[in-house]
Write a protein that binds this ligand. Structure first.
Ligand code: TMP
Length: 197
């Protein structure tokens, strides 16, 4: 059966690289949020790289949810229906962590908003890649976007929310240590994921 697999984690956790490697291994469609559709590409620009437009936390949450609604309808659901796995770099759980906990809009409120946007179709498997803050800072050697530059307390709330969600739903979530080389992480991830597929 085609599975919907999402990668979650902070910036610099290596999830984008690992999502690509897993999609190659599985022959899955690789996609991402925000930005997995034409609409999403425009929204991603506004959400992350535009600094001359005011954008409040609620508008940010709604735009993330709008990106996701279009992404599920246009990309994720048709691909699964055609029998192909989907590997997505981020999912609604990023909104629960970043907008719910990071922006302090409430994890439950953001879950409700997003479940409406995606009609309750959450990922089957969520891979949380964890790395210490010092490792992610080293890996992020470019200039920071609007959300990346939200500050240390914000990112601590985000990281804590991911761990809490993973602990609360161990059947859906897999926590994978993201330290080490790309190959080491891939091997670790695949041996944990394989029995679940
Ligand atoms: P990325 O850099 O991993 O592609 O993610 C883009 C940024 O958007 C990252 O800082 C996390 C943030 N984000 C949210 O705040 N809420 C969301 O729902 C998603 C999908 C991403």
């Amino acid at each position: 059966m085609a599975r919907y697999i999402a990668f979650e984690g902070g910036e610099g956790s290596g999830k984008t690289t690992q999502a690509r490697l897993l999609s190659e291994r599985l022959g899955a469609l690789l996609t991402r949020e925000p930005g997995g559709t034409a609409l999403g590409g425009r929204l991603r620009e506004l959400l992350l790289n535009t600094d001359d437009v005011a954008l409040g936390s609620r508008a940010e949450a709604l735009m993330m949810a709008a990106d996701r609604a279009q992404h599920l309808e246009e990309v994720v659901l048709p691909t699964l229906a055609a029998g192909r796995h989907v590997v997505s770099d981020r999912s609604l759980y990023s909104s629960m962590a970043y907008q719910g906990a990071g922006r302090q809009l409430g994890i439950e409120a953001i879950a409700t908003l997003n479940d409406w946007a995606i009609d309750g179709r959450r990922p089957d498997v969520v891979v949380l890649l964890t790395v210490p803050g010092t490792v992610s800072a080293q890996r992020l050697d470019r200039s920071l976007d609007r959300i990346e530059s939200a500050g240390e307390a914000f990112h601590t709330r985000v990281a804590d929310a991911f761990v809490e969600m993973a602990e609360g739903e161990p059947d859906r979530w897999m926590v994978v240590d993201g330290t080490g080389t790309v190959d080491e992480v891939e091997t670790r991830l695949w041996s944990a994921l394989k029995p679940r597929l």
